[in-house]
Design a protein around this ligand. Sequence first.
Ligand SMILES: [Zn+2]
Ligand SMILES: [Zn+2]
Ligand SMILES: [Zn+2]
Length: 383
Amino acid sequence: MSTNNVIFLEVLEWLDQSGNEVCHRLPEKGSGEFKLGAQAIVRQNQAAVFYSQGVACDALGPGRHTISTLNIPILTKLLSLPWGFTSPIRAEIYFVNMKVFTSLKWGTRDPVAFRDKELGLVRLRAHGIFNIQINQPVLFVNSLVGTKPSFFIDELEDYLSQVIVSRLNDYLGEQLDTLLDLPSQYTEFAEGLSRELARDFSNYGIALKDLFINAITPPAEVQAAIDDRTRLELLGGDLPDLVKMKAAMALEKSAQGQSMAQGGIGMGLGLMVPGLLGSMGLFGSTNPPPNGGPTPPGKTTQKCPECGADINGDARFCPNCGHQILVYRRCAKCGKNLTPKASFCPSCGTPAGSEPLPQKCPHCGAENLPQASFCNQCGKPVR
Ligand SMILES: [Zn+2]
Ligand SMILES: [Zn+2]
Ligand SMILES: [Zn+2]
């Protein structure tokens, strides 16, 4: 960060030319001097997040704002500025794109390992589509953007895809004994997974609007066993030796034949779920974001998500019940909302700002995402 980057910013605004930029920093080269009295122009579907001393700490919703110690109270408090202070302050501003990003793709890069109680180790591919919207801009900048001058949707898509795949694997491991049961439990499974992911995404200040599972694809032999089982169930039969035999063959082949799955031959043979290609209606766009948002475009009041009181559109806390409306940071361990100044989580004592570490699998040594409970590589529990 340059120390002589003294730019007296008079008008702060950002126009996303590409439509693919999630977040953009001003000044692009690092922190600059913000003149109090400068104008910040925040467009519809944007929020402007102030970043100073290593933390994102305050946000302004759409509109034309004159920057003063009045409308960025948290930043002002953090810098211990006196009332009525007018000298420039050193800060950065991140414009966050609050529109709904649609048709993002998720999918397995390498097949994930699932330990099936009847079929043994099965390597699965899965893919689908998801839609997101940032609903807590300060938390988003704090947790994902870091100090990047610009952050594009494909980078975010990539990262969230890994989260989805990892969570899918966890959820399979926790909820399902065997893939043979998946067809009959599919709807329940997909809804449960969406709920888990909505919680995961909310830790980054992101609302998961829709999640579509287009296919979960086991190797072809396993798929054939599942089809046999489904057919037999229609006839009222139990799992016969024939299916067990086929499944055992599938295992042998998938042990030798990794290359087949990697060649993508398995694609498209999977559990196609036409019924779920439509919205599951869990996170419809007409619902308010689960954690409340900053100022919804064009509105000056909002409802407290905790007590339902009508409160000021730019309120940081609910005056009625004290609920934290604008989320700054979350505890990496327990997920509790933290205030900008907290150095420890009041709930579990974890130092604020500590990064969750990737989980190293105790069985095979593969690295999994911090929140993973089953290893993507070997399918065994990682904690
Ligand atoms: Zn309230
Ligand atoms: Zn905690
Ligand atoms: Zn492992």
